[in-house]
Ligand binder design. Structure first.
Ligand SMILES: O=C(O)CCC(=O)C(=O)O
Ligand SMILES: [Fe+2]
Length: 364
């Protein structure tokens, strides 16, 4: 094991759909830095593989493998756009048989042949075809990993890219999340196309599990392509009611809902103002139709959603505890929270730029 139980727990603490930036700051605040951890992994790789030159972290991914997820035989540099990858480190954040079934890691040749993930363990291997590997299908539960890829090529340094993006931010703006292409969020257990009609959009499904439906403002105009609807302005609905507040896109709505779910007990809900209450309206028949039309495209298989995310009856409690009025309040708290995190990040930016790398900076 390379990671302590505390580190493992901090890493998987937040829902994965939540912004990595907030994740990163919370961990810092708890006096344990994700960056320190990744630096430690980098040093370990350099030591293990006898690297003479410094490595750069090329990509960091906090990955949730839901029921049905798997990956066949591959090397990690097997695409033209992945050629810069030299080494991989996969940190296991939970354990085989305890938290999920299936999901064994296998090497095609050499020893060990099979690795059963165990929280805190890290596997490291070269990204080329000397280490062809696969991951068995996860048949129950959710498998959680922190995966990092390393490159000898400094032009692929993840830190530099992030630094230049952060340099373009100003601390006053709210950073609205931008969804990647819609097919990034499409979950389909049969990638071979045998069951084209089975699947769901991960964002719509996560909202659905928390008790919310999506009302696309572009959906009212029937000419808009369904997949574009999630990229544009939308509203949230629940139990025949609609929150008039507009969200920029599906990820914005999801972040606010997840934030509310995460922080609900801390948000002050006692003095709900009238104008917040006025934002919750009964929905019309046509609005309900727009909601259902979107569901019929993006929530094709509700049972698959429940089994994939492993929610059963316990999911009902969380659904009921979250309401639209709370969401209206959470929008502002989420903005304040995001702005605060962004300010903290930006305050470290001058030092980070000096070193061209992201390090923990002591705040006064
Ligand atoms: O999660 C794992 O055990 C390995 C993941 C993997 O092979 C990959 O993402 O390329
Ligand atoms: Fe891999």
């Amino acid at each position: 094991s390379l990671l302590s139980p505390l580190e493992v727990n901090l890493l998987k603490l937040k829902d994965f759909a939540f912004v990595f930036i907030s994740y990163f700051c919370e961990i810092q605040r708890d006096d344990l830095c994700c960056v320190e951890l990744t630096e430690r992994l980098k040093e370990k790789i350099e030591e293990t593989f006898g690297c003479e030159y410094e490595l750069f972290i090329e990509f960091t991914g906090l990955i949730s493998w839901c029921k049905g997820a798997s990956i066949g035989w591959h090397s990690d540099d097997n695409r033209s756009y992945l050629k810069q990858r030299d080494f991989a480190a996969v940190c296991y954040l939970n354990s085989y048989e305890k938290d999920f079934i299936g999901g064994l890691f296998r090497f095609q040749s050499g020893e060990p042949v099979t690795v059963a993930p165990s929280a805190g363990d890290v596997i490291m291997y070269t990204a080329d075809d000397r280490n062809i590997h696969s991951v068995d299908e996860v048949t129950d539960g959710e498998r959680l990993t922190l995966a990092l890829w390393f490159s000898r090529d400094s032009s692929h340094d993840e830190d530099s890219k992030l630094l230049s993006r952060l340099s373009q931010c100003t601390s006053h703006e709210v950073c609205l999340p931008l969804p990647a292409s819609t097919n990034m969020y499409w979950f389909c257990p049969h990638q071979d196309g045998s069951n084209q009609n089975i699947g769901f959009d991960v964002c719509v499904a996560r909202l659905h599990l928390l008790g919310f439906d999506v009302h696309s403002l572009q959906g009212e105009d029937h000419s808009t392509d369904a997949s574009e609807q999630l990229m544009g302005p939308l509203q949230l609905a629940k139990g025949g009611k609609l929150l008039t507040r507009k969200f920029a896109n599906i990820l914005h709505a999801l972040q606010v809902v997840q934030f509310y779910h995460w922080k609900a007990s801390e948000l002050v809900t006692s003095n709900v103002e009238n104008d917040t209450l006025e934002e919750v309206k009964a929905m019309s028949h046509s609005q309900l139709e727009t909601i259902n039309a979107l569901k019929s495209v993006f929530l094709l298989d509700e049972n698959l959603v429940a089994t994939t995310f492993g929610y059963s009856c316990s999911g009902e409690d969380r659904k009921d505890s979250l309401d639209l009025t709370g969401i209206a309040l959470a929008v502002t708290s989420w903005e304040e929270y995001s702005c605060k995190l962004l300010k903290e990040l930006l305050s470290s930016l001058p030092q980070w730029k000096t070193y061209q790398t992201i390090h923990k900076v002591e705040s006064d």
